[in-house]
Write a protein of this length. Sequence first.
Length: 224
Amino acid sequence: MLKPADFSAVIFDMDGLVLDTESTYRAAWRQAALALGHEFDESFFLALSGLQSRDVEQALRVYCGDGFNLNEFNRLSALYWRRHVYAHGIEVKHGFRLLLEFLIRQNIPYCLATNSSAANAYECLELAGLKDVFAIVVTRDQVRQGKPAPDIFIEAAACLQVPIDRCLVLEDSHAGIEAASRAGALPVLIPSVLPVDALTAGLCEGMANDLEQLLLALQDAMRT
């Protein structure tokens, strides 16, 4: 595992890493699909993890076949998603707040870098009670290509004014880890899906079960 001395800034992914949004998306997608006469299995949901919206839409077209009404699916899934999150909120992933306190104490800069649009990202952060936590938020709207392209992390490093090879990137999906690796950052995986694919693991500088375990590992490394 990396030590705090190995990096100068931390870049957080959002969906599945800071926020438990992926379960809310899956529930909404499942409802919308059923309303249109389709049923998604769990393996299909797992394959969508970390993808940008354009790639999700392409996967839907392939999975559901010709004649699939993507516009109606998007309308229904947005409707069901908002019904759920406005009733129940969005949970913050275990260990995030503790890790954030550690970074602040150590004067380590941090930001958020997500494949979500700006509108969606800020809505999710507000619903989770994290509206003012990130001074820097880099979204899909700001770059030419989303993850697994490296653009989002390169932009995030520029916003932080930290060299990309000194940026620790925390991700939960293969698409995010690939993007971080291609950017030249230091990727660490906090998997939202198990088992971890060998290709994903091979791109990582480290792994932890959750953000609290990562924090404990960093604290231990400081004492040695």
